[in-house]
Design a protein around this ligand. Sequence first.
Ligand code: LLP
Length: 419
Amino acid sequence: MDAFQYRQGTLLAEGVALTEIAQRFGTPTYVYSRRAIVDAFGEFRRAAAGRDVLVCYALKANSNLAVIDLLAREGAGFDIVSGGELQRVLAAGGDPAKVVFSGVGKTEAEMRMALQAGVRCFNVESESELARLDRVAGSMGRHAPVSLRVNPDVDPGTHPYISTGLRESKFGIAHDAALAAYRTASRLPHIEVTGIDCHIGSQITSLAPFLAALDKVLELIDALHAEGIALRHIDLGGGLGIRYDEEQPPSRGALLAAVFERIDRHARGKSCAILFEFGRSIVGNAGLLLTRVECLKRNGERRFAVVDAAMNDLMRPALYEAWHPVWPVQPREADAQHSWDIVGPVCESGDWLARERRLALAEGDLLAIGSAGAYGMAMASNYNTRPRAAEVMVDGGQAYLVRERETVESLYALERRLP
Ligand code: LLP
């Protein structure tokens, strides 16, 4: 993670010391590196150079307007899963014509909003959704561009909660039901079949599942062609993993090269535009959660460092037992190390951020929880009436506040007492 490095005993985000960020903005605070985001996206862009490829950033990973704005300026498209995410793209100056709308439960209001905005494509996940979209588009006198999300029944080899392409998952249309669904779609008057889509899961660390899913998609393209249904794009979803610990995911370039190599050998596939929906691999390693040690305590054999960030700020450890690196902002080189559990102040035993980390700690120390740029702030809650953390983006030697820390008053501003 070269955006975050030590200089003279202090951890920096690009050119700014995290001690300075803590002093200016308080803790807990999410800190992002502009350069790391641009570099990650740039790797995809370079790998796709000269081809008809659109990398849509999956907003759900981190939907801060500054992140969207940055990626829009870099030429990204966007993968959205709600009307709210569409509003964010529009508010940040993103181009709706580069938006794909995914998700298993789009409401009629969301469909209308997306048709009005002119999104590039709806990724449709059931025949019921097709019928609804046809009706909504018809009522507006429009045609909805559609790709069907096919469930290829491929095991991505990742955490079960983030596997989406298995037969038993709620996502997509089963591979063997896809042909029938395409036939239906091609007969509906207000649906325009444009592509095919699949997404098999997240934090995938090998090439094989991506290629297995692609093979299934290419097979379907042939079967569809035989029925006179021609597609213009293939959307391969997101899911490329990042390095949290010892994982060795394929590089962004290697994944795209392997995909293109496969597609170029396929007579009909190679004339299709290729879309991706990457989230984590664009922002995951570009962010950290800065937190301060409030109190150190021992219970029996275990040592706990209670910090001012908690499961409401970063839910991944509690939800998936996810491992995130922990870096002391100013390491105490001379002091004795112990094995610490890093926990938050929330009233649940599941409220931990890291376990059994060898560190030399004192109360008041700053810690950085690394690789927290994706699915960190985006999944934060207000549990225990904890205002959500501030968000700061560093650009070279400057730190910009991109989301203010919430106030407690704002948390109950929509609530009413009985008369
Ligand atoms: N496209 C679709 C349809 C998706 O469902 C997802 C993620 C993506 C794209 C982006 O996947 P990525 O490139 O970020 O892997 N909260 C979990 C991850 C949930 C992913 C959900 N879908 C976590 O913290 O690990």
